[in-house]
Design a protein around this ligand. Structure first.
Ligand SMILES: NC(=O)c1ccc[n+]([C@@H]2O[C@H](COP(=O)([O-])OP(=O)(O)OC[C@H]3O[C@@H](n4cnc5c(N)ncnc54)[C@H](O)[C@@H]3O)[C@@H](O)[C@H]2O)c1
Length: 402
């Protein structure tokens, strides 16, 4: 059985590990000792990956987590699935990717297939990963390189690794062939594109498309309010057109590891080429300003000031039915509420604890602002939780809203 090392055991890496462990011997390398210990006890920390599947893979001898880079020695394939965030200036931060390259260079001295699944700008596999591994390993081995961007949507059950079409491209025909072989063990629909740059750019454009459309609908929500019409009714009306329209919903902003981040990778590469990415930049601004707009609306409805008023933010994960709080707009809503002098707590039993604080029981505040509404939350209870409820989700008829 071939051996696959998967670097990074988070949302992407662990999901891939669970699927690949059905046909390959998987070594899950992560530099978090805590994650590794949990995984080796058969406990999944990722929604969508069942602990039972990790336990079964361990029992079959097909999965082991490790924080020791030496354990990836002997792998036939290495998949990179590490974070690619933005730095403090909202520019691509490739330090995790660079550290993954070092792990490969230090521990692999024979020729392997290196596949990058981390989202990054076009040219990353050819111009960053390959030269860095070659430099750090001082030419110990000539590897094959490929890209296959990840499309996992945490919390989603209808589209998964098996039925979601997967893009891929190798730097050489042999790299493409081996990449196809690997993914065809668990994915039904593989789509080869002509170059890694096309695959890398397609991934960024998919999320930029969403970012720009979300910003557009968020701006439209503000226009609708000023016009005195319902944004939801107007969107439903537009959505009766059977072609040429796709409905996006307004919200308190965008969150997660992809939509607020990936478009900035595209604008970064565009800037380097001298092409202004004005839509992307403006969409970012509109989405980042939404929390302030929400607080301004709540303030206007409550006598023009929230100073000293108790406010509960309901739902702090970045989207419904998952506990992930990365880049959540709830954080900016809380920051803005605090800035204007409100006394803020939050309720989200799915998240439980966040930034060193625990979820506060629903109710007890003068004002509730719903940022995320999980399916399991009792809507009537939320509506009754405060004398004034502002809903940013459009799912609470009877509440004030966008
Ligand atoms: N989460 C998603 O929905 C999603 C979807 C598509 C693409 N992506 C992309 O996939 C990549 C990974 O994202 P994620 O959501 O899995 O991140 P994550 O934060 O859930 O997991 C990353 C894991 O990598 C580990 N790690 C960090 N640096 C490491 C290193 N040098 N060596 C070994 N382990 C390391 C961390 O400890 C963590 O466990 C990112 O580029 C992201 O943009 C994510």
């Amino acid at each position: 059985m071939k051996k696959v090392a998967i670097i990074g055991q988070g949302y992407v890496g662990l999901t891939i590990s669970a699927f690949a462990a059905k046909s390959y011997q998987v070594i899950g390398f992560d530099n978090s000792q805590k994650v590794v210990e949990q995984l080796n006890q058969g406990i999944s920390h990722i929604e969508g990956v069942k602990s039972a599947d990790i336990k079964a893979a361990i029992s079959a001898g097909n999965y082991r987590a490790t924080a020791d880079g030496a354990d990836i020695t002997g792998a036939d394939i290495v998949v990179i699935a590490v974070p690619t965030p933005l730095d403090k200036d909202r520019k691509p931060d490739l330090t995790f990717l660079e550290s993954a390259c070092k792990t490969i260079a230090d521990n692999i001295s024979h020729s392997v297939l290196v596949i990058n699944e981390s989202t990054s700008y076009p040219g990353t596999i050819r111009g960053v990963i390959k030269p860095l591994i070659e430099k750090l390993s001082a030419g110990k081995a000539e590897h094959l390189y490929a890209i296959s961007p990840e499309r996992v949507d945490p919390g989603r059950v209808d589209w998964d690794q098996k039925n979601t079409p997967r893009l891929y491209a190798g730097l050489t025909p042999e790299a493409s062939k081996q990449t196809r072989e690997f993914y065809s063990s668990f994915c039904d629909n593989l789509v080869e594109v002509s170059s890694p740059e096309v695959a890398e750019a397609a991934k960024l454009f998919e999320n930029t498309f969403r970012q720009v459309n979300i910003a557009l609908v968020n701006e439209f929500a503000q226009i609708s309010h000023a016009l005195g019409i319902s944004v939801y009714e107007t969107l439903d009306a537009a959505d009766t057109k059977p072609y040429g329209f796709m409905k996006f919903n307004p919200s308190a902003g965008v969150g997660g590891h992809c939509i607020p981040v990936d478009p900035s990778y595209l604008s970064h590469v565009a800037a380097g080429l001298g092409v202004p990415a004005t839509f992307i930049e403006r969409a970012n601004e509109v989405n980042l300003e939404m929390p302030k707009y929400v607080v301004a609306r709540v303030m206007a409805d409550n006598g023009g000031s929230l100073k000293g008023k108790s406010v509960q933010v309901v739902g702090v994960s970045y989207k419904p039915n998952i506990a992930d709080t990365r880049e959540t707009p709830a954080e900016l809503v809380i920051e803005e509420l605090t800035r204007v002098g409100a006394v803020v707590n939050w309720n989200d039993d799915l998240v439980g604890s966040w930034k060193g604080q625990s979820s506060t029981p629903l109710g007890g505040a003068e004002i509730a602002i719903v940022v995320t509404l999980h399916d399991g939350v009792d809507k009537k209870a939320v509506l009754a939780s405060a004398p004034y409820v502002f809903d940013t989700t459009g799912k609470l008829p009877g509440a004030k809203g966008l």
